[in-house]
Design a protein around this ligand. Sequence first.
Ligand SMILES: NC(=O)c1ccc[n+]([C@@H]2O[C@H](COP(=O)([O-])OP(=O)(O)OC[C@H]3O[C@@H](n4cnc5c(N)ncnc54)[C@H](O)[C@@H]3O)[C@@H](O)[C@H]2O)c1
Length: 257
Amino acid sequence: MSATAPHEFTGQTALISGGASGIGLATAKRLIASGATVWIADIQDEKGEQIAEEIGATYVHLDVSKEADWISVVELIASQGEGLNLLMNNAGIVIGGTLETQTAEEFLQTTNINLLGVFLGCKVCAPLMTISGGGAIVNVSSIWGMVSDSGAVAYSASKGGVRTMTKAIALDLADRGTHIRANSIHPGFTATPMVEDSVSEMEPEEAAQFAARTIERVPLGLGEADQIAAATVFLFSKDSSFMTGSELVVDGGFTAA
Ligand SMILES: NC(=O)c1ccc[n+]([C@@H]2O[C@H](COP(=O)([O-])OP(=O)(O)OC[C@H]3O[C@@H](n4cnc5c(N)ncnc54)[C@H](O)[C@@H]3O)[C@@H](O)[C@H]2O)c1
């Protein structure tokens, strides 16, 4: 092991949903640097194709809320004879809303991607991962899966679901002797298009109020996508071999206060 590449993934294949941007993309880069074969799956096809070519990954279209899409992606990976060892269920959206303003349609749209999408990813990928000798799943939750904000009703529902569902999945995978571990990661405020776009869509006063009760309160300031990627790679690595059903909070100290 060298100082620059502490984890070694040569011979392992990874699938990252929402891998065309932000945290997923940063994780893809780290895994590739450590020897993994990486598939990035997203709905942003043009951007995804271009980025995959740049970083040495393979791009595939996947809407995580559609079971048929997951089945096609897994069949495609299996047809390459590579197997599948590492799964990052990372794709997600945020639609801000309070109890008063959040609509049922927004709630379902959010949970279909952020929660159902994670369930389908685990369910459809686990058989291929099992016959590939096992591996690890990282489900991307959020600090809003542990604590919350008045304007994140649907998002918190989805991320809280990911937190506890991951424990059920981890136990099932262990009970069945699959050699697949599953953990959730809980990023805090991280500079990605998700945060930048949601703040830029707010009225100036709303954006200032949001920043004052969130980003400006983070002891270590705004995080970088690569800081979340580093923790994700740890959860994929042998260094976390005794962790399953766990929650890893990477939030610059926000939830410590
Ligand atoms: N950035 C943060 O501060 C933060 C904090 C906590 C948790 N998270 C979580 O991290 C994950 C990654 O977010 P990010 O910050 O990198 O945002 P991002 O917007 O940069 O990336 C999200 C990616 O998901 C893709 N995506 C959206 N809907 C999809 C669908 N139906 N099928 C497939 N792909 C889809 C998008 O196209 C995009 O490429 C999300 O689950 C998010 O909730 C982010």
